[in-house]
Ligand binder design. Structure first.
Ligand SMILES: Cc1cc2nc3c(=O)[nH]c(=O)nc-3n(C[C@H](O)[C@H](O)[C@H](O)COP(=O)(O)OP(=O)(O)OC[C@H]3O[C@@H](n4cnc5c(N)ncnc54)[C@H](O)[C@@H]3O)c2cc1C
Ligand code: FES
Length: 275
């Protein structure tokens, strides 16, 4: 899709498939209604909505290496997300975007990469994970941590099964609360640092998950000696316009929607309320 003339104008997209992944999250595969290609970078966001309800920011969860469709995941939260969850195959959704700055692909290529994703944080990072897996030779060693509250909260279970037996990624996972079927690691996501292969100070790191997680992961990265300019955080803030106009998402002089949502940690670590 070329850059729209009017950045406030939403575009009509058709639901190709809609599947409940958990009790509260629905996975949508979509395509532009006018048949154009939706062009975006891993880590970018869209404002998705329905007339009469409003719009909400969502991370793109597919990789741009797949060109004929794109994917979003909607978690039931309030008015807009609940309305979006009613959509089924053949229905119409409206989106503005792609918006913001995604993952720093130029800095990641040719490097060791560690992605630390927890909960809904797997949705935007899946865009990058799938990109790396599709273009594996462009990246060096790839390590992926995924944490969920319990096994029923795990997202993209088909992907998880594939990553578990892939030689292309050192995939480590954990849950806070196991059930009878769970055979894997139990504990917070930082417990996975003791389980994975060696991580070097040159590793590029992406962190995306609930706000409480960031400072604990950053502490582990400091122990390894990874400089803060090699660490990128994907931040979630209340958003409205998604365009740097309304100030809803502002942290000091940074607009999370426009300058982020992916930001270099060294650029924001001194800002109060950033992490
Ligand atoms: C960068 C980014 C990426 C996101 N990616 C996803 C995703 O992939 N999947 C997903 O399900 N959710 C995602 N969210 C969260 C999602 O935007 C909120 O759950 C949603 O805005 C809630 O809106 P609501 O109308 O359903 O709920 P209400 O609570 O009724 O929200 C009212 C309004 O508050 C704002 N708001 C409320 N909660 C949030 C929130 N957590 N973040 C931002 N604005 C909020 C919105 O402007 C919304 O219109 C993302 C948020 C951000 C900022
Ligand atoms: S959401 Fe309006 S300035 Fe960022």
């Amino acid at each position: 899709m070329s850059q729209p003339d009017n950045i406030f104008l939403p575009h009509e997209v058709e639901v190709l498939s809609a599947t409940m992944m958990t009790a509260t999250e629905k996975h949508f595969t979509l395509r532009m209604k006018d048949g154009s290609r939706f062009v975006y970078d891993p880590g970018q966001i869209v404002e998705a909505g329905l007339f009469g309800f409003g719009e909400i920011p969502l991370g793109l969860s597919s990789s741009p290496t797949v060109e004929d469709s794109f994917e979003l995941v909607v978690r039931k939260a309030g008015k807009v997300s609940t309305a979006l969850l009613t959509l089924e195959k053949g229905d119409i959704m409206w989106i503005r975007g792609p918006l913001g700055h995604g993952f720093p692909m130029d800095d990641l290529k040719g490097q060791d990469v560690l992605i630390v994703a927890a909960g809904l944080g797997l949705c935007p990072t899946r865009s990058l994970i799938r990109y790396i897996m599709d273009r594996r030779s462009e990246f060096n060693k790839f390590t992926l941590f995924f944490g969920a509250r319990d096994p029923s909260q795990q997202l993209f279970t088909a992907d998880l099964s594939a990553w578990r037996c892939s030689v292309d990624v050192d995939y480590q996972e954990t849950v806070d609360h196991p059930d009878e079927s769970w055979k894997g690691n139990v504990g917070v996501i930082t417990s996975l640092f003791a389980k994975c292969g060696e991580l070097l100070p040159t590793t590029r790191v992406i962190i995306c998950g609930p706000p409480v997680m960031y400072k604990f992961v950053l502490r582990e990265l400091d122990k390894i000696g990874i400089p803060h300019d090699r660490i990128y955080v994907d931040l979630e803030r209340r958003m409205k316009c998604g365009l740097g106009k309304c100030g809803h998402c502002q942290i000091n002089n940074i607009y999370t929607c426009k300058d982020g949502p992916v930001l270099r940690y060294s650029d924001i670590e001194t800002l109060e309320e950033a992490i």
